[in-house]
Design a protein around this ligand. Structure first.
Ligand SMILES: [Zn+2]
Ligand SMILES: [Zn+2]
Length: 268
């Protein structure tokens, strides 16, 4: 079985590059939902976050894998106490991780400290598949600590289950940010259970009423169950955060420093 370490450091990178190349091209060929603004410039400012992430990954992937393997070797967590078929552990494991990610994301909007990092992703005033890259590298570290490691300690999730979750999550995230037209009927069918691109774009609206909604990554079910599901037609969404609207606040260098700067939230 392949380790998550190699998956995160090599294979997943190929998958991400392939997905972004595919959707970046489709966005160019097909009729985009939103007009592009300085597309190449936007791409590089987002892509530089991936470069920093990959450099940090050399170190933290080793630490992360060590933590999970230690928990597994000591048979810590619920799945080591009950006998379940592997497929059920896999399905439950993916749902548990997505459930934990929903709460981590929701908490990132509530906690002033976490919001400082999470607002980097929300600051994007234009959107295409490369917005997938736009997230502060420190935020990923917080997520690994609070979702996969904590859930592994509680439920006994192993590297295989976490690897499968990341493999399902990645295409969802690329698709959710892609600048393509998706019909409203998709939101009314698949969107009953899964997070569709339109539903995630509502989460990127400048109006905080909508920013604080649709937190789920794979299963929109969590928003429906916990009362944070909201809907508006995607063509009425205005992306970004008012306090980041100026072009000089859309650069990689500014956004990398943004968590450490005092920037007041402008709420509508
Ligand atoms: Zn968010
Ligand atoms: Zn997003």
């Amino acid at each position: 079985m392949e380790t998550l370490e190699s998956l995160l450091s090599i294979d997943l990178n190929y998958i991400v590059i392939g997905l972004i190349a595919l959707f970046f091209t489709l966005e160019q060929i097909l009729n985009p939902q939103f007009p592009f603004q300085r597309r190449g410039y936007h791409f590089w400012n987002s892509f530089l976050f991936q470069v920093v992430f990959l450099i940090g990954n050399v170190f933290w992937a080793i630490v992360f894998v060590f933590c999970i393997e230690w928990l597994n070797q000591n048979e810590i967590g619920l799945f080591y106490m009950i006998d379940l078929p592997i497929w059920l552990k896999l399905v439950l494991g993916v749902m548990i991780l997505d459930f934990a990610t929903y709460w981590f994301h929701r908490f990132s909007h509530l906690s002033p400290l976490l919001w400082r990092f999470h607002r980097v992703h929300h600051s994007d005033t234009t959107m295409d598949s490369s917005t997938y890259f736009r997230g502060h590298p420190m935020e990923v570290l917080f997520w690994f600590g609070s979702a996969p490691i904590l859930m592994s300690a509680l439920f006994g999730l192993d590297l295989f289950i976490i690897g499968v979750y990341v493999l399902i999550l990645t295409p969802f995230l690329v698709l959710e940010h892609s600048n393509l037209r998706f019909p409203a009927w998709l939101d009314k069918t698949a969107g009953l259970i899964f997070t569709t691109p339109n539903l995630h774009k509502i989460h990127h609206d400048q109006d905080q009423y909508y920013t604080d909604s649709n937190f789920s990554d794979i299963f929109i079910l969590w928003d429906r169950i916990f009362g944070t599901f909201k809907y508006k037609p995607v063509d009425q969404v205005k992306f970004g955060l008012e306090e980041f609207d100026e072009p000089k606040k859309q650069t990689f260098w500014y956004l990398l420093r943004a968590p450490f700067l005092t920037i007041e939230r402008k709420v509508k």
